[in-house]
Design a protein. Structure first.
Length: 439
């Protein structure tokens, strides 16, 4: 949002007249805010006068309270399904897991209502709230997205398993399709990257836009929920690859070639969206999210031969085609053997194991991450921030990951250090709120 410039005689401490008090003394904005803290912030709401102390405090502005966004940049928050699941993946993700600090189900409901209103506003390119021009109040929007497009912002909310404990009386509503994940072979799950009562996936084509959204949702949650952990992620940008080809992970290989077609409504109903009669009715139209923070041992990988790398994935690095094939998207020939009788796609290749029997699919929505140096090892802390969606954890992610954890050759180069699951609500209708079907 572009605003008119407003002149001030002193940008550090804007002086306000004492008004009808009959004195010429002036109070600084900082002093007024201190007084509000002592006497109650309600004294300043609406720019009302308290004992003649305050005159009108809002400034005239030509602002329309919206950001400059084209129609292509905006993805509606409201709909049958939540955005950010089958939406074409944006350039960046800011993910946040939250824990509740309340035991009141009414507080949970109020937070979901407030989050819905804020998420809808930000997705539409609008600033949050209506207290953004009052010199004597903290702005209701932090402002770092002012002047930026919405950048295809999507905000996706989900409930973690812990939400269904005894605190809120929701235990009977936990879906059977949403069990705790088992401990997989070679997992090294660390609490600082795991769990959460709520998960919020924020994606956008601009990292500042995404950060702005998560930051403001965190502000709104104060007093009700706090951040447990966060993770930023990225993939090749649309500017770097206008063709929109399959992104490459930090190992240099294409990641997500086997994804089902998100434009195929029937396929999405089979793989991603919970259908009526599948279980808990409040999840109809929703989806189950799995989040895994996968550390890559890239220093070891970088010393591996190209042949070893390709055998590990079962694909050619350059084209993404399966070994023995020519096109990235051609079906895997799992029976093909070379002249020596050996499988062309080895039995331990990642692509073979992830393929399962060809009938079990998930929708991957993965991003790379880089979090600087690991202070303990001096190595780069980087890898894959893996996110996927499915109808049922029991029949999709869990059996697939069990198979990968047991024999995948890629395990020589990776370790799963973070894990979380979330039941992502169906979409919210205008006038309603996210999570309404549960609460």
């Amino acid at each position: 949002m572009k605003k008119k410039a407003h002149n001030r005689t002193n940008t550090t401490e804007h002086k306000i007249d004492a008004g009808s008090s009959g004195t010429h003394g002036k109070l600084s904005r900082r002093e007024l805010l201190k007084m509000a803290g002592v006497g109650g912030i309600g004294l300043l709401l609406g720019g009302t006068s308290v004992g003649g102390l305050l005159s009108a405090t809002s400034r005239e502005s030509s602002a329309t309270n919206s950001l400059p966004s084209s129609a292509e940049d905006k993805i509606s928050f409201y709909g049958t399904h939540q955005s950010g699941i089958t939406t074409p993946a944006q350039n960046f993700v800011c993910f946040g897991a939250f824990d509740f600090t309340t035991t009141s189900i009414e507080d949970v409901r109020k937070l979901f209502q407030a989050w819905t209103k804020a998420a809808a506003a930000m997705s539409a390119g609008q600033m949050i709230g209506d207290v953004n021009d009052n010199l004597n109040m903290p702005p209701s929007d932090t402002g770092e997205a002012v002047g930026l497009s919405t950048s295809r912002l999507t905000i996706t909310f989900g409930a973690g398993p812990a939400l269904f404990d005894n605190r809120f009386g929701l235990a009977s509503k936990r879906p059977a399709a949403f069990p705790d994940l088992p401990k997989f072979v070679a997992d090294d799950i660390q609490p600082q990257w795991s769990g959460g009562d709520l998960g919020v996936q924020v994606c956008a084509d601009d990292l500042q836009v995404a950060f702005h959204a998560l930051r403001n949702l965190t502000r709104i949650a104060r007093g009700t929920a706090v951040l447990r952990w966060t993770q930023d992620g990225f993939q090749r940008s649309s500017q770097a690859d206008p063709s929109g080809s399959t992104p490459r992970n930090l190992m240099g290989f294409k990641d997500g070639t086997g994804n089902p077609d998100t434009n195929d409504k029937q396929k999405m109903n089979e793989v991603v969206w919970v259908q009526p009669g599948n279980g808990a009715s409040w999840m109809d139209g929703g989806s189950y999210m799995v989040v895994r923070r996968i550390r890559m041992r890239i220093e070891v990988w970088d010393r591996s031969t190209l042949q070893d790398q390709e055998v590990t994935f079962g694909r050619y690095r350059t084209t993404g085609a399966p070994l023995g094939g020519k096109d990235e998207f051609e079906p895997l020939d799992l029976e093909k053997r070379d002249a020596a009788g050996e499988l062309v796609i080895p039995a331990t290749a990642h692509s073979r194991l992830a393929h399962m029997d060809g009938k079990v699919q998930i929708l991957r929505r993965a991003f790379s991450y880089s979090s600087g140096l690991d202070a303990k090892t001096g190595q780069i802390d980087a890898g894959l921030f893996f996110i996927c969606y499915q109808q049922d954890l029991r029949t999709q992610f869990i059996p697939m990951q069990k198979k990968l954890a047991a024999t995948d050759k890629l395990n020589e180069y990776i370790v799963h250090v973070g894990s979380a699951t979330f039941a992502c609500f169906p979409g919210a209708r205008e006038g309603g709120y996210i999570g309404e079907t549960l609460l």
